[in-house]
Design a protein around this ligand. Structure first.
Ligand code: FMN
Length: 192
């Protein structure tokens, strides 16, 4: 049994990719205002490793604004087919412009256009307004690569706590909690 939570995450993630019918990379991300009012939504995991767990979004979204004033987040993966969850908590930093550019370049053109058209979390009067903004972005970038919108970026959650939960019979669920220490990770078992 590994004592490296990132290796354990890789193993569980690989099993989730094989077992889940869709979105094994979907995770809830919770953020909060400086006053401690929480909000949560699903995003897709786009990279992970010892430095952290990365997702992409619009920095002007609600989550982006909350992270700007309170750079802490909690992530939750729920892999239903496996009856497992992984909880990650830690401080958040924005990825570099070069990293965001590189990821944006891998997205399909329609998603790139959508990123220009969407002011995420800002209400729009009608669906047609959004479609008109897509058309406008489409003609603006016709015949050229779509650059990354300046407020479209990635955030990296640097794990300080990672908990692995797996279902066991008779509600004797297993919970392994890893907390970041000076030179690695401390591990403890939690009781269901
Ligand atoms: C399966 C799924 C994947 C999603 N992936 C992303 C994502 O990677 N990035 C993102 O900004 N929003 C994603 N969304 C939309 C968010 O849940 C949310 O509606 C949006 O980011 C605005 O959130 P906010 O107003 O709280 O900032 C996804 C939604 C679902 C259901």
């Amino acid at each position: 049994m590994t004592d490296d939570p990132l290796a354990l995450f890789d193993a569980w993630y690989a099993e989730a990719k094989a077992a889940e019918i869709n979105d094994p990379d979907a995770m809830s991300v919770a953020t909060a205002t400086p006053e401690g009012r929480p909000s949560v939504r699903i995003v897709l995991l786009k990279g992970h490793g010892p430095e952290g767990f990365v997702f992409y979004t619009n920095a002007d979204s609600r989550k982006g604004e909350e992270l700007a004033s309170n750079p802490q987040a909690a992530l939750l993966f729920h892999w239903k087919a496996l009856r497992r969850q992984v909880r990650v908590e830690g401080a958040v930093e924005e990825v570099s412009a070069a990293e965001a550019d590189a990821y944006f370049a891998t997205r399909g053109r329609d998603s790139q256009i959508g990123a220009w058209a969407s002011d995420q979390s800002r209400p729009l009067d009608r669906r047609e307004t959004f479609e008109a903004r897509c058309d406008e972005a489409r003609s603006r970038f016709e015949g050229s690569d779509v650059p990354r919108p300046p407020r479209w970026t990635g955030f990296r959650v640097k794990p300080e706590r990672i908990e692995f939960w797996s279902d066991r019979p008779h509600r004797l669920h297993e919970r392994r909690l890893f907390t970041r220490s000076e030179d690695g990770w401390d591990e403890g078992l939690l009781y269901p």
